[in-house]
Design a protein around this ligand. Structure first.
Ligand SMILES: [Fe+2]
Length: 195
């Protein structure tokens, strides 16, 4: 069997990647773990997924931002607004992360999680400007839970606004074109049920 699809390997690899990203951005581990929990909970709500698929969603969620290893400190941890050039550099983390893990021949969903978690449902995202259901399921899941987690997370060393859960949902409803409507509806119901 391909070792890069093996549970022990992927547990170790995702832990290694998270530790590496966390050296660069100390909020990364907590963020990735919360994103993983939300992604798996949402996936369970919308589709009867097999255990192997659920594990793949978990690994994909954990490593989705691995490309941030390659982003400079000035950009990654800047506490002021980014310039256009800095945004372009920040956005490159999706493709750089993909290039890092693509040679491993792991589950394709993990590669999609890394490459496509910033694709918007309306086609305005990056890096491939995929639209609608052409965006892989795992990336559509992550687009929602990653944003929600970033909006609600408390980051005391950064000048970012932290929203309460209900307020974060309102912010996201204003950008609803970014999210798969069915998944987003299920996500809102999930958050309301959890609150
Ligand atoms: Fe990202």
């Amino acid at each position: 069997m391909n070792p890069w699809r093996n549970t022990e390997t992927l547990n170790a690899l995702s832990e290694l990647f998270i530790t590496a990203v966390n050296y660069r951005d100390p909020t990364a581990r907590e963020h990735a773990q919360r994103v993983r929990g939300l992604a798996m909970e949402l996936a369970q709500r919308v589709t009867p997924v097999l255990p192997v698929r659920m594990a793949v969603i978990g690994w994909g969620a954990l490593v989705h931002d691995v490309g941030k290893i390659a982003i400079s400190d000035e950009v990654l941890n800047k506490d002021k607004a980014l310039t256009n050039g800095e945004w372009a550099m920040m956005r490159s983390h999706a493709e750089l992360g993909y290039r890092l893990i693509a040679p491993l021949e792991t589950w394709p969903e993990i590669l999609s999680a890394v490459r496509n978690h910033h694709e918007n449902y309306d086609g305005t995202g990056y890096p491939d400007k995929l639209k609608g259901k052409r965006i892989p399921f795992i990336a559509r899941l992550l687009r929602i839970v990653d944003t929600f987690e970033a909006l609600t997370a408390f980051r005391n060393y950064r000048e970012v606004h932290t929203y309460a859960r209900a307020d974060a949902i309102h912010v996201m409803q204003d950008q609803a074109g970014y999210y798969d409507p069915e998944l987003f509806e299920a996500f809102v119901a999930m958050i309301k049920a959890d609150s």
